[in-house]
Design a protein around this ligand. Structure first.
Ligand code: SF4
Length: 99
């Protein structure tokens, strides 16, 4: 576990989480965007030409400001950023134009 990315419920995490390591835990998302505080979990993987990340959002409790800031901070790092509201369809986030 990367320093500064402690997962407080790690020992008692849900079974589905036991084989899963989110982008925050992997150190790819800043400490301040802790999933349990923001209601947003990042899952990253390789995509053609780089890395992609899917942000799964709990619509009942997510922090809207954190989502906007998180998208801004991730867009330069990831080739693809998608947002999934639990139970709803994926919304691809347009990447900023590179110069
Ligand atoms: S969402 Fe991330 S930080 Fe939370 S239990 Fe799962 S792996 Fe750990």
């Amino acid at each position: 576990m990367p320093e500064g990315h402690g997962c407080g419920i790690y020992r008692n995490r849900p079974r589905v989480c036991q084989r899963f390591s989110c982008a925050w835990r992997d150190g790819l998302i800043e400490e301040r965007f802790r999933p349990h505080d923001t209601g947003i979990i990042g899952d990253w993987d390789a995509v053609p030409g780089g890395l992609g990340i899917v942000l799964t959002v709990d619509p009942a409790r997510y922090d809207r400001n954190a989502l906007a800031e998180l998208i801004d901070s991730l867009s330069p790092l990831f080739k693809e950023v998608e947002v999934v509201y639990t139970g709803q369809q994926r919304l691809p986030i347009p990447r900023p134009q590179t110069r």
